[in-house]
Ligand binder design. Sequence first.
Ligand code: PLP
Length: 396
Amino acid sequence: MHIYADNAATTAMSRKAIEAMLPYMDRVYANPSSLHSAGQEAKSALEDARRRIAALLGARPEEITFTSGGSESDNQALITAAEIGEKKGRLHLISTSIEHHAVLHTLEKLKKRGFEVTLLPVEPVTGLVSPASVASAIRPDTALVSVMYANNEIGTVEPIAEIGRICREKGVLFHTDAVQAAGHLPIDVNRDCIDLLSLSAHKFHGPKGIGVLYARKGLRLSTLIEGGAQERGKRAGTENLASVMGMAKALEEACENMEAGAARLIPLRDRLIQGLSAIPHSALNGDRLHRLPGNVNFCFEGIEGESLLLLLDDKGIAASSGSACTSGSLDPSHVLLAIGRVHDVAHGSLRLTLGEDATEEEVDYIIRSVGEVVGQLRGMSPVWRELCAGERRFIL
Ligand SMILES: *Cc1c(COP(=O)(O)O)cnc(C)c1O
């Protein structure tokens, strides 16, 4: 068996997205900034993709900027909002303790420039951000609220529309990292009162190294990359046209299949959650209901996540512990700590993110394999022996 259950880290490219790219890696190679007709053909493809992507978000084409991916979009969104605030003497930024590092590390950098950052705590276990906590954190000098649409580790879907409404009422800019939500949840920047939004194509079966920054009309984006006047002067560099075309096709396809995909995935996800819950001293991380369709994240007491992954890999299952970006480091996931898991428990975490093509047989194989591997690791674990002997207290 070969099961790829790491779709939150990246997805396989869709066949249609690959096919949409090919002409732009072959015949249509001219520079979209060139005035000759070959350049204009490239330019019109670029603008067509921009219109199609804007339509899927409820946005206008001029509100869409192409970037190198989710990380760049997050950086540019936060720096933009901070610099707009700075001009008005508003130096306070609000975000949450469970954001992606592209947000958290940008906030750290902004702190060094004199901004004050409030990181809101989240509800224990579920990881939900309470809209009331956002409302009470907003001050007269708040420039930005940034809350992710859905969390990449624990799959929790945040109450974005409510938070957006609060920000709009209070006149504060609202950014959301929607990288994990795109293609899985219907996004509408107007309904949700979103001013800035980040997307990444490789999380919805598009190519890597391309993304979108949505910025509401009238917001002047700060530039991260200086040079030519591409992207309305807000992101210099010859456009990655082939990737843009692949991204547009992938997003269209994902949005078309969204409902059918969720209807297939949710029962499989719930079967997996139910199966893994039967393992003693285990616990689900994230909210049971407000959850991405393919996300399952568990802690197993008395084991170590890295060994779990390696043994699952031997059984043909590609999974993840915490997020891909932090794997390899010994620090437990900041998200699991933020939802209240203690260090030892957070270390024994497993994230399985199913693709739309997952089957019931695969889910049952995963349940059986995880059960076997957890048993095997606990059999060799001194911590587990102490727990069973009553020398240490079970937490889960
Ligand atoms: C993957 C991811 C990113 C980073 O996107 P890249 O395109 O890989 O830079 C940012 N935020 C979230 C929530 C992600 O899952």
